[in-house]
Design a protein around this ligand. Structure first.
Ligand code: CA
Ligand code: CA
Length: 422
């Protein structure tokens, strides 16, 4: 069911009923009708080294509603912002500490030799400086910024909320809960996070905070201990030519399912039964975007550049997951939108985000906050809204409903595989 323009249709009908535009301004097909949120994925990570106060600050300047710190623990049990519990790819650790400080640990079933954050004290980690992990992105900020603690991220969001007059929320992700449990004890990272967030924001669903995780049992545990909103992340390994998701370990299942012998995959969590279960302990889902918008590699070179890339994929429309999640009362926050990678069926990154916003997502995670904000500003085009509100309304909006569901296929951009990139 395409419900993209339903609220504007409602607005048009409200006009016909004599209710003025001031009472009928909703234009979003989100769960609540509120505008979708722009979540700065690892900060403005497309521009600056990820998970730094500089990257978060830049994202806030560009209009982010939420900044996203991934959370891991140091040896002395301090929550810091890093995408992985290892330091290799995003810092200068190898130039400051010898190879004897590396260790081999099992991370989601994969034996990994690395500099693990859990082997370094906060004082040691504060001597490190961050680097841009993607070679294609600007390397000129390498060596400038330190790794922030979660508390420093909270302090930044609060200070920026006062300074800007906007609510700047935080969206912490508990990384590798089972891994942290194996080192620090069961649910230690969850308890630390809840304590810190309750101290900063109170125990309230109204707090400008979402807690996210790819695992399930820790979110169920948190549901019994906090009213702060919880989001179940949904991963996959890759997207197949026919648009279905590839589910290959370690991206096939929540890792606690692997440990518990639960055979269900991430895809199983998005069935009607799966969503109903998530709704018992969480407030939303955070799926990888191909779960929401179906695209097909049909071998057509749509942009005519002589090469078939992900950008050429045919866009077939909603998979129905957004509608089903909303039916279950769940928010949908889709990841990850990048100007420079992974645009299935699109070349223009703002057009890609706009397509998802039109489908009804409640938020998007993006490495490029400015692109997300611009895409949101452009949906729907003001002239169209005026046309609808002018009362040519039902017919006009019916027309827009089809137009808005269409997707620009003038695409040209190589895409990268998803695995491990969230
Ligand atoms: Ca994350
Ligand atoms: Ca092409």
């Amino acid at each position: 069911m395409n419900i993209f323009f339903k609220p504007t249709l409602v607005a048009a009908l409200a006009m016909a009923a004599g209710i003025g535009p001031a009472q009928a301004q909703t234009t979003w097909s989100t769960l609540t009708g509120a505008a979708p949120i722009i979540i700065a994925h690892r900060g403005a990570s497309g521009l600056l080294p990820e998970h730094t106060l500089a990257a978060y600050t830049k994202a806030i300047e560009q209009g982010a509603d939420y900044i996203e710190p991934d959370v891991v623990l140091t040896k002395d049990g301090v929550m810091i912002a890093r995408h992985e519990p290892i330091l290799d790819g995003t810092t200068d650790v190898a130039s400051k500490f010898g190879a004897d400080r590396q260790s081999t640990r099992v991370l989601d079933g994969v034996s990994t030799k690395a500099y693990f954050a859990s082997d370094f004290t906060l004082a040691e980690i504060k001597t490190l400086r961050t680097i841009q992990p993607r070679a294609s992105r600007d390397q000129s900020f390498n060596g400038l910024y330190e790794i922030p603690t979660l508390q420093e991220v909270v302090n930044l969001a609060k200070a920026q909320s006062v300074q800007t007059g906007r609510s700047i929320g935080i969206y912490p992700e508990i990384k590798h809960s089972a891994f942290h449990a194996s080192i620090f004890g069961a649910k230690v990272i969850e308890d630390k996070l809840v304590s810190a967030l309750h101290a900063a924001y109170g125990n309230s669903a109204a707090a400008p905070v979402f807690i996210q995780s790819f695992e399930v049992s820790n979110l169920k545990y948190l549901n019994g201990r906090t009213d702060i909103r919880l989001v179940q992340l949904i991963d996959a390994d890759d997207v197949k030519p026919d648009g279905s998701l590839s589910l290959v370990p370690p991206y096939a299942q929540p890792y606690d399912f692997v440990l518990d012998g639960d055979p269900r995959t991430f895809a199983d969590l998005l069935t009607k039964a799966g969503l109903a279960e998530i709704a018992t302990y969480a407030d939303g889902i955070g799926p990888w975007k191909p779960y929401l918008l179906k695209t097909v590699d049909d071998g057509v070179d749509r942009d005519g550049d002589g090469v078939i890339t992900a950008a050429d994929r045919r866009v077939d429309g909603s998979t129905g997951v957004i509608e089903a999640a909303h039916e279950a009362g769940l928010l949908v926050h889709a990841y990850t939108f990048r100007d420079d990678a992974g645009k299935y069926g699109f070349t223009d990154p703002a057009q890609e985000i706009a397509a998802y916003l039109k489908l009804g997502v409640d938020g998007v995670f993006t490495d490029y906050t400015a692109t997300g904000v611009a895409a949101r500003s452009a949906v729907p085009e003001p002239g169209t809204t005026l046309l609808c509100l002018a009362g040519l309304a039902v017919v006009g909006c019916g027309y827009r409903k089809r137009k808005c569901g269409e997707v620009d296929r003038t695409m040209l951009d190589p895409s990268t595989r998803h695995a491990g990139l969230f």
